[in-house]
Design a protein around this ligand. Structure first.
Ligand SMILES: [Zn+2]
Length: 288
């Protein structure tokens, strides 16, 4: 991965005007289509406003509309810097740290991070050798997976990861077959080889067109041959280590998926040449 330092950041995004220009160019790579003129026209920056106007009819376009930056009183440079900070660490950064760095309130810092995490949601289609496993976030030890028992205050997360590839992880209500199989079907192509532990919920994978290989945790067989779930377990420990280290495990269930998205997004780009920060800011969409 290319190194992208805070110096690079200050140079590329020295002020709000530059950030807005970047956003405009990124969201309208083929130029802005004016709805009134019904064609792509030149648009000029409107001084003192976060908008551009059509050279012919003067129609205004706001690049921040419907993005996470919409109606925010926080300067774009601060938003971009928050994204830079989040993207620059391997395990994440707390809202407390952002509060200190930006001099904003804790509430603002926390909201900014949640907004950024929301846009990191993605659904890679996984194939090949894929490991599937569930984990319990909130202290529960793996072992007994009886659904409904001991589930109080514990959140179940199911994940699928390609060996050497991408991960997809999602909060699920339980570890039943009716929950786990649809997760696999939604995220893993049918021609794949699925590696799981012996949890019986996975027993019907073959009926759904998957090749299924089981490994036994109890007998410590998972290192023998190809049948193991080391990759997904590696991701779980990365994610849990981050949650413990940065947030001291105090992550509200309602927001846990956002954190999972952040760790997944970073994991999925661990071998990219593009700097992580650039991948993060390019996630901006017109739907928030
Ligand atoms: Zn126009």
């Amino acid at each position: 991965m290319e190194k992208y330092t805070v110096k690079d950041f200050r140079k590329q995004f020295p002020n709000d005007d530059v950030c807005l220009d970047w956003l405009k160019d990124y969201l309208y790579p083929d130029g802005i289509h004016c709805n009134k003129c019904e064609k792509v026209t030149n648009h000029y920056r409107v001084q003192g406003r976060k908008s551009y106007s059509c050279q012919f009819c003067g129609n205004h376009v706001h690049p921040t509309a419907d993005t996470i930056y919409h109606k925010s009183s926080t300067p774009l440079t601060d938003w971009f810097y928050a994204i830079f900070l989040m993207a620059s660490t391997r395990c994440g950064i707390s809202a407390k740290q952002l509060e200190r760095e930006l001099g904003v309130t804790y509430k603002t810092a926390w909201r900014m991070f949640q907004k950024i995490r929301e846009m990191l949601d993605e659904s890679p289609r996984l194939s090949g050798s894929v490991e599937v496993d569930e984990t319990y976030v909130g202290g529960r030890k793996k072992g007994s997976k009886t659904p409904g028992r001991g589930a109080v205050n514990k959140t179940i997360v199911v994940g699928a990861v390609e060996r050497e590839g991408s991960v997809k992880a999602e909060i699920v209500p339980d570890a039943r077959r009716a929950t786990l199989i649809p997760f696999v079907q939604e995220n893993v192509t049918v021609d794949s080889i699925i590696h799981t532990d012996e949890w019986h919920a996975y027993a019907t994978l073959k009926l759904h067109g998957y090749e299924h290989q089981k490994s036994s945790h109890a007998k410590k067989q998972w290192v023998v041959g190809e049948s193991h779930t080391n990759t997904i377990e590696g991701f779980w420990s990365l994610m849990k280590g981050g949650l413990r280290g940065v947030y001291r495990g105090r992550v509200e269930r309602n927001y846990l998926q956002n954190y999972i998205n952040e760790y997944s997004f970073r994991y999925n780009r661990r071998n990219d040449i593009t700097p992580m920060f650039i991948s993060f800011i390019q996630q901006v969409r017109k739907d928030k």
